[in-house]
Design a protein around this ligand. Structure first.
Ligand code: ZN
Length: 162
Protein backbone atom coordinates (compact mmCIF):
# COMPACT_ATOMS: atom_id res chain seq x y z
CA UNK A 1 0.00 0.00 0.00
CA UNK A 2 1.03 3.54 -0.57
CA UNK A 3 3.20 2.59 -3.51
CA UNK A 4 2.04 5.27 -5.84
CA UNK A 5 4.69 4.46 -8.39
CA UNK A 6 2.86 1.28 -9.34
CA UNK A 7 0.57 1.62 -12.30
CA UNK A 8 -2.95 1.35 -10.95
CA UNK A 9 -4.89 1.14 -14.17
CA UNK A 10 -7.38 3.66 -12.85
CA UNK A 11 -6.34 6.45 -15.15
CA UNK A 12 -7.58 9.74 -13.84
CA UNK A 13 -10.00 8.16 -11.40
CA UNK A 14 -9.28 8.73 -7.72
CA UNK A 15 -11.00 6.38 -5.34
CA UNK A 16 -11.06 5.70 -1.66
CA UNK A 17 -8.25 3.31 -0.67
CA UNK A 18 -10.59 0.57 0.52
CA UNK A 19 -12.64 0.70 -2.66
CA UNK A 20 -9.43 0.71 -4.69
CA UNK A 21 -8.42 -2.56 -3.12
CA UNK A 22 -11.78 -4.19 -3.78
CA UNK A 23 -11.62 -3.11 -7.42
CA UNK A 24 -8.02 -4.19 -7.89
CA UNK A 25 -8.73 -7.55 -6.30
CA UNK A 26 -11.49 -8.24 -8.84
CA UNK A 27 -9.35 -6.89 -11.66
CA UNK A 28 -6.39 -9.10 -10.81
CA UNK A 29 -8.42 -12.16 -9.82
CA UNK A 30 -11.56 -12.01 -11.94
CA UNK A 31 -14.30 -14.37 -10.77
CA UNK A 32 -16.24 -16.87 -12.87
CA UNK A 33 -13.79 -16.61 -15.73
CA UNK A 34 -14.66 -19.96 -17.38
CA UNK A 35 -16.83 -19.97 -20.46
CA UNK A 36 -20.25 -21.48 -19.67
CA UNK A 37 -21.30 -23.93 -22.35
CA UNK A 38 -24.95 -24.43 -23.16
CA UNK A 39 -25.77 -21.00 -21.75
CA UNK A 40 -29.23 -19.47 -22.12
CA UNK A 41 -28.19 -15.83 -22.09
CA UNK A 42 -25.13 -14.60 -23.98
CA UNK A 43 -23.92 -11.05 -24.23
CA UNK A 44 -20.91 -9.14 -25.45
CA UNK A 45 -19.93 -5.53 -25.14
CA UNK A 46 -17.18 -3.23 -26.34
CA UNK A 47 -16.13 0.19 -25.24
CA UNK A 48 -13.93 1.71 -27.95
CA UNK A 49 -12.82 4.53 -25.66
CA UNK A 50 -10.67 2.20 -23.52
CA UNK A 51 -10.61 -0.88 -25.70
CA UNK A 52 -12.68 -2.67 -23.05
CA UNK A 53 -14.34 -5.93 -23.98
CA UNK A 54 -16.62 -8.21 -21.99
CA UNK A 55 -18.50 -11.40 -22.66
CA UNK A 56 -21.12 -12.81 -20.30
CA UNK A 57 -22.92 -16.14 -20.26
CA UNK A 58 -25.72 -17.20 -17.95
CA UNK A 59 -27.20 -20.63 -17.54
CA UNK A 60 -30.68 -20.35 -16.12
CA UNK A 61 -32.65 -22.64 -13.88
CA UNK A 62 -36.30 -21.80 -13.64
CA UNK A 63 -35.64 -18.14 -14.57
CA UNK A 64 -32.93 -17.86 -11.95
CA UNK A 65 -29.22 -17.48 -12.64
CA UNK A 66 -27.41 -20.78 -12.20
CA UNK A 67 -23.96 -20.72 -13.78
CA UNK A 68 -22.22 -17.49 -14.69
CA UNK A 69 -19.31 -16.92 -17.05
CA UNK A 70 -17.56 -13.57 -17.46
CA UNK A 71 -14.56 -12.96 -19.71
CA UNK A 72 -12.97 -9.81 -20.92
CA UNK A 73 -10.04 -7.45 -21.12
CA UNK A 74 -9.58 -3.78 -20.68
CA UNK A 75 -9.34 -1.21 -17.94
CA UNK A 76 -9.62 -2.09 -14.26
CA UNK A 77 -12.99 -0.37 -13.85
CA UNK A 78 -14.67 -2.31 -16.66
CA UNK A 79 -13.18 -5.67 -15.69
CA UNK A 80 -13.78 -5.30 -11.95
CA UNK A 81 -17.36 -4.25 -12.59
CA UNK A 82 -17.92 -7.32 -14.79
CA UNK A 83 -16.40 -9.63 -12.20
CA UNK A 84 -18.47 -8.15 -9.37
CA UNK A 85 -21.58 -8.37 -11.50
CA UNK A 86 -21.06 -12.08 -12.12
CA UNK A 87 -20.75 -12.75 -8.41
CA UNK A 88 -23.82 -10.71 -7.60
CA UNK A 89 -26.03 -12.40 -10.19
CA UNK A 90 -25.76 -15.95 -8.90
CA UNK A 91 -29.07 -17.27 -7.71
CA UNK A 92 -30.97 -14.11 -8.65
CA UNK A 93 -34.16 -14.17 -10.68
CA UNK A 94 -34.17 -12.38 -14.04
CA UNK A 95 -36.42 -9.72 -12.55
CA UNK A 96 -33.94 -9.12 -9.72
CA UNK A 97 -31.09 -8.97 -12.22
CA UNK A 98 -32.88 -6.19 -14.11
CA UNK A 99 -33.66 -4.31 -10.94
CA UNK A 100 -30.04 -4.53 -9.77
CA UNK A 101 -28.88 -3.27 -13.16
CA UNK A 102 -31.20 -0.29 -12.71
CA UNK A 103 -29.92 0.40 -9.19
CA UNK A 104 -26.31 0.25 -10.31
CA UNK A 105 -26.91 2.49 -13.31
CA UNK A 106 -28.79 4.92 -11.10
CA UNK A 107 -25.95 5.03 -8.58
CA UNK A 108 -23.46 5.88 -11.33
CA UNK A 109 -25.74 8.57 -12.68
CA UNK A 110 -25.89 10.24 -9.29
CA UNK A 111 -28.99 8.71 -7.68
CA UNK A 112 -27.93 7.70 -4.18
CA UNK A 113 -29.27 4.26 -3.35
CA UNK A 114 -31.10 3.79 -0.06
CA UNK A 115 -29.01 1.89 2.52
CA UNK A 116 -30.89 -1.35 1.87
CA UNK A 117 -30.33 -0.98 -1.86
CA UNK A 118 -26.66 -0.26 -1.32
CA UNK A 119 -26.46 -3.48 0.62
CA UNK A 120 -28.00 -5.34 -2.30
CA UNK A 121 -25.34 -3.97 -4.61
CA UNK A 122 -22.64 -5.41 -2.35
CA UNK A 123 -19.11 -4.86 -3.60
CA UNK A 124 -20.35 -2.78 -6.51
CA UNK A 125 -20.56 0.09 -4.05
CA UNK A 126 -16.80 0.34 -4.59
CA UNK A 127 -17.49 1.80 -8.03
CA UNK A 128 -19.64 4.64 -6.75
CA UNK A 129 -16.75 7.12 -6.99
CA UNK A 130 -16.58 6.54 -10.74
CA UNK A 131 -19.60 8.78 -11.21
CA UNK A 132 -17.35 11.81 -10.84
CA UNK A 133 -15.69 10.79 -14.10
CA UNK A 134 -18.39 10.70 -16.77
CA UNK A 135 -16.10 9.17 -19.36
CA UNK A 136 -15.44 6.18 -17.09
CA UNK A 137 -19.10 5.53 -16.30
CA UNK A 138 -19.26 3.67 -19.61
CA UNK A 139 -16.47 1.40 -18.41
CA UNK A 140 -18.35 0.57 -15.21
CA UNK A 141 -21.61 -0.02 -17.07
CA UNK A 142 -20.18 -2.02 -19.98
CA UNK A 143 -20.90 -5.50 -18.63
CA UNK A 144 -24.32 -4.44 -17.32
CA UNK A 145 -25.43 -2.85 -20.56
CA UNK A 146 -24.30 -5.95 -22.46
CA UNK A 147 -26.15 -8.18 -20.03
CA UNK A 148 -29.38 -6.19 -20.38
CA UNK A 149 -29.16 -6.54 -24.16
CA UNK A 150 -28.54 -10.25 -23.81
CA UNK A 151 -31.57 -10.59 -21.54
CA UNK A 152 -33.72 -8.73 -24.01
CA UNK A 153 -32.65 -11.05 -26.82
CA UNK A 154 -33.31 -14.04 -24.59
CA UNK A 155 -36.84 -12.88 -23.73
CA UNK A 156 -37.64 -12.09 -27.36
CA UNK A 157 -36.42 -15.47 -28.55
CA UNK A 158 -38.44 -17.13 -25.82
CA UNK A 159 -41.59 -15.32 -26.88
CA UNK A 160 -41.05 -16.34 -30.48
CA UNK A 161 -40.66 -19.97 -29.50
CA UNK A 162 -43.62 -20.17 -27.15
ZN1 ZN B 1 -12.54 1.38 -19.56
Amino acid sequence: MGQNNQPSGFGEVELDELFREVILDHYRNPRNRSLVSGSDVRAEGQNPFCGDEVAVQLKLQDRHVGEVGVQGRGCSISQASASMMGELLKGKSLEEVRRLAGLFRGMLRGVDPAPAQLEELGELEALRGVRQYPIRIKCALLAWAALEEGLERYEKAKKRNS
